[in-house]
Design a protein around this ligand. Structure first.
Ligand code: PBG
Length: 335
């Protein structure tokens, strides 16, 4: 694009900025409630709504409360929710076996949502970290997460969730080849309409810490992080190879994660592939803005809007965000 020469004072760039109405007219980026996906932490029990100290205004909720949140999401025009289970310590083991229990928390939540007939998309997380005692996303063999053995389990986990009613399978584990293996298994089982949202470019970020508190997977990760399977934040090209591979293997939508510190990656993925590209404003990004607002004794909405608009500007089609209800409420109240 060539930039036209617009010399002062014939051009005063402040003219269109002078009024709220003229700013509205020239606004280039738009954020709709349809761009939002709300990640929700679910726990065992009834009538539970437990605060997460490192994530202001985010809760772990039991299935009955989840149904209320899902109803709220529908009212707010949020098209889909993403479920993350908080698995009780006694159900965790080194193999993450509970992930394959057709009656586990996530499967019961999917069935309850299906039974409610609420018009909302159900996205489930495929990875073993909520279920393993070591907190890694897969099987640990000789001190390393074993790729191929992990993929076999992830395939079973994806089938288990699909059979319980999940409509979008979202593998967040970063093993090689898992999208292809899951897609093939879904096709073979006749689940032709189950979509795959791949966490394609997921970086080994320090911004996941509050999430790990929320699901209780932080304990052992302190000794060995996820650098051997999540991406190195010094790299860009690698993200494009991850996305290309996941698309070829059958992903319908791809995701970049985290968001705010990876806007260049979102932009490059969207412009290169022109496929549905989602961003995940992860727990640490969310909390840093909320904590700043609390510190300033201000509303967090302006900070959150600025961050979400940046993701849209970069090219994100939709955003997984804990601020989804906050932002959707604002959008509905101001239209
Ligand atoms: C793990 C998973 C993580 C998140 C989503 N799925 C954390 C991790 O990789 O350790 C992070 C989300 C967030 O920080 O909000 N499979």
């Amino acid at each position: 694009m060539s930039i036209p020469d617009r010399p002062y004072p014939f051009a005063r760039l402040r003219r269109t900025r002078a009024h709220a109405w003229s700013r509205a007219l020239v606004q280039e980026t738009h954020l709709s409630t349809h761009d939002l996906i709300w990640p929700i932490f679910i726990m065992e029990g009834k009538a539970q709504r437990e605060a997460i100290p490192s994530m202001p205004n985010v809760y772990r909720v039991s299935i009955d409360e989840l149904l209320k949140d899902a109803e709220k999401a529908v009212k707010l025009g949020i098209p889909a929710i993403a479920l993350f289970p908080v698995v009780p310590a006694e159900k965790k083991d080194p193999h993450g076996s509970e992930a394959l229990n057709p009656n586990n928390l996530i499967c019961r939540a999917c069935r309850a949502l299906q039974a409610s007939q609420l018009p909302i998309g159900i996205i489930t997380d495929v990875a073993l970290d909520p279920y393993t005692t070591h907190g890694h996303d897969g099987l640990v063999v000789d001190g390393e997460v074993a790729n191929d053995a992990t993929v076999e389990i992830l395939v079973q986990q994806a089938l288990c969730q699909t059979e319980a009613g999940a409509q979008v399978i979202a593998p967040s584990d970063m093993q090689d080849g898992r999208i292809g293996a899951i897609r093939q298994a879904l096709e073979q089982a006749g689940h032709h309409h189950t979509a795959i949202l791949s966490y394609a470019a997921k970086y080994a970020s320090h911004l996941y810490a509050p999430f790990r508190d929320a699901v209780g997977s932080s304990k052992h990760l302190a000794t060995q992080g996820k650098d051997s399977y999540q991406q190195d934040f010094y790299n860009t090209d690698e993200a494009l190879h991850e996305v290309a591979q996941d698309l070829r293997e059958g992903a319908d939508m791809v995701m970049v994660k985290p968001a705010m510190t990876y806007l260049d990656i979102i932009h490059r993925v969207k412009t290169t592939f022109q496929v549905p590209t989602f961003a995940y404003q992860v727990s640490g990004e969310y909390s840093m803005l909320e904590l700043l607002a609390m510190h300033q004794q201000n509303d967090s909405l302006p900070l959150q809007l600025e961050a979400h608009i940046a993701m849209k500007r970069a090219g994100a089609d939709a955003i997984l965000t804990y601020a989804a209800p906050l932002i959707a409420t604002h959008i509905l109240n101001t239209r």
